[in-house]
Design a binder for this molecule. Structure first.
Ligand code: NAP
Length: 297
């Protein structure tokens, strides 16, 4: 156990609300495991104080910060430099403070892509449910790395998805937009289906963004970005139909690991983090309860 002292490097997650965040558990577990003199705290930051708080990071000697809802766009204009990814999706989830300069990155993309790494998805048809912040990160990652044909964006406000299409017009992948009522044929034909809406998130665990489970089949991968509960109703329905399923906790841990690397120059001990989340009951173990599993066989 390292006790905080005058040399402790501070990292904060800035959000509003932020009390639900698992990031302090993830990062402090890893920092303690590696005996690093850092501390990671959750800060409930109201939108009116974003500018002051970001300016204060360097003054207070913070190593960096994570940024979550609703500040991911608001902090952009305060960065001295941006990664290509953060610039492209116009959202920052990671700030690195170095020599008085603020560097903004977006590790949600790397986190999102990590469980897909070994899958042959190039040129495959894909569907993304939702068109908000997480959808922007997912769409960018899929277009950049997999050139989907097509990538269909399903949104209740199609104007939101059309903005995303305009922002990513320079990618080769073929983007289409539709509403939930006309998405069935795209879902059935998709190799990868991603939920980036909050539907099914605790406490509304009986809800699902896609009720017609007959549209799922064993050739498909269904990926839910929601991580609470560990296995959403969407994943249970898809698994019942033989699809491979991926839960949002892998993305959460991998985006954290990518931020951690930038602050500490160390690899996050992901196994230790998973053990802690298991002990706390956040990861449930049991029959078919893996975060990434194939239930078809
Ligand atoms: P967001 O920016 O608010 O976007 C949510 C999207 O879902 C919007 O397009 C929204 O449409 C749509 N939506 C919400 N309720 C809907 C409903 N009942 N029917 C149809 N569409 C609906 O939120 P976000 O940041 O993208 O986050 C979305 C989800 O991803 C959350 O559950 C979040 O926890 C999860 N997430 C997970 C990770 C991870 O690491 N696993 C990372 C980021 C986000 P409107 O704009 O019309 O409301």
């Amino acid at each position: 156990m390292v006790f905080p002292d005058a040399n402790t490097e501070m990292i904060a997650i800035l959000g509003h609300p932020v009390d639900h965040s698992l990031s302090p558990i993830i990062h402090n577990t890893a920092l303690q495991r590696q005996g690093l003199n850092y501390i990671y705290v959750a800060v409930d930051l109201v939108p009116e104080q974003v500018s002051e708080a970001i300016r204060g990071l360097s003054a207070l000697g913070f190593a960096g910060a994570n940024v979550t809802i609703p500040h991911k766009q608001a902090v952009l204009s305060h960065m001295d430099d941006l990664s290509d990814a953060a610039g492209a999706i116009r959202a920052v989830n990671t700030i690195v403070c170095k020599e008085g300069q603020l560097y903004g990155d977006n590790t949600d993309i790397e986190g999102f892509l990590s469980p897909l790494r070994d899958m042959k998805l190039h040129g495959a048809p894909m569907t993304l449910l939702g068109a908000g912040g997480a959808a922007r990160a997912a769409a960018y990652g899929l277009l950049r790395d997999y050139c989907p044909n097509p990538l269909v964006l399903v949104a209740r406000r199609t104007s939101q998805a059309e903005t995303l299409v305009r922002d990513f017009a320079n990618f080769d992948g073929c983007l289409e937009v539709c509403d939930f009522d006309s998405a069935s044929k795209f879902i059935r034909n998709s190799r990868l289906i991603v939920n980036s809406t909050p539907i099914g998130m605790y406490p509304n665990v009986q809800e699902t963004p896609w009720k017609q489970k007959e549209d799922f089949s064993p050739e498909q991968i269904v990926y839910d970005l929601v991580y609470r509960p560990y296995r959403t109703r969407l994943l249970q329905d898809a698994a019942e139909r033989g699809a491979m399923t991926i839960g949002g906790l892998t993305m959460l841990i991998e985006q954290a690991a990518a931020s951690y690397r930038q602050w500490t120059n160390r690899e996050m001990p992901v196994g230790t983090v998973r053990d802690t989340l298991t002990k706390l009951g956040i990861i449930s173990i049991g029959n078919n309860e893996g975060n990434l599993f194939h239930s078809g066989g």
